[in-house]
Ligand binder design. Structure first.
Ligand code: FES
Length: 163
C-alpha cells in the first residue's frame, strides 16, 4: 500500500496531528528510558553501605552517682541503676510487645502502660503478661565514664562492681 508521502499528496490536518502525537509519544518514551537509565547508573555508583547508630552511650562518672539512684535515659531506652555494690543497666523496652516502660519512683518498680506488666527494679517480671525479665545491658567504665552498650545483653545478675 503506498504511503501518502510516496504519492506526494498533501497531508490532511488529521494525519499531521496523528504524526505529531506519535512523534511526541516516541520522544517521551526515549526521554523516560534515558532518565531511568541515568538514575539506575547513579544509584549503582552510590556505595551500598548501611550506617548504623552508635549503640554505646556515655553516662557519667561513677563516683558522681550516689547509691539508690535510678537514671532514666528515655531517648536511648535505658535505665541505669546504682546499688550499694555497683551499677547495672536495663533495657526499658517491654518484653511483651515492645512498649516503652516507665520507672515508678514511688513504688520503686518499672511499669508498662500498654498491658499492665510490672517489673522489679532488678528487671525481673513482677506481673505479666511480659514473658521475660527486662534485659540487662553491658555497662563498663571507659576513660572514667560509665558506658552502656544497648546492643550487648548480659546475664540477669550482671553487676559492674565499683569500690
Ligand atoms: S507491651 Fe508491655 S505489657 Fe504488653
Amino acid at each position: 500500500m503506498p504511503l501518502y508521502d510516496d504519492l506526494k499528496l498533501p497531508l490532511s490536518d488529521e494525519e499531521l496531528s496523528r504524526r505529531r502525537l506519535l512523534g511526541l509519544v516516541g520522544t517521551s518514551a526515549l526521554v523516560a528510558a534515558a532518565i531511568g537509565t541515568g538514575v539506575s547508573f547513579l544509584r549503582y555508583l552510590e556505595p551500598a553501605v548501611l550506617f548504623e547508630e552508635d549503640t554505646r552511650v556515655g553516662i557519667d562518672r561513677p563516683e558522681d552517682i550516689t547509691p539508690g539512684t535510678v537514671l532514666v535515659l528515655a531517648k536511648q531506652h535505658i535505665y541505669v541503676v546504682r546499688t550499694h555494690d555497683g551499677f547495672y543497666a536495663l533495657s526499658s523496652v517491654c518484653t511483651h510487645l515492645g512498649c516503652m516502660t516507665q520507672y515508678q519512683r514511688e513504688q520503686n518498680e518499672i511499669d508498662c502502660p500498654c498491658h499492665g506488666s510490672r517489673f522489679e527494679l532488678s528487671g525481673e517480671v513482677k506481673k505479666g503478661p511480659a514473658p521475660r525479665p527486662l534485659p540487662r545491658l553491658q555497662i563498663t567504665i571507659d576513660r572514667g565514664l560509665l558506658v552502656v552498650d544497648s546492643s550487648v545483653h548480659v546475664a540477669h545478675d550482671a553487676l559492674l562492681k565499683v569500690s
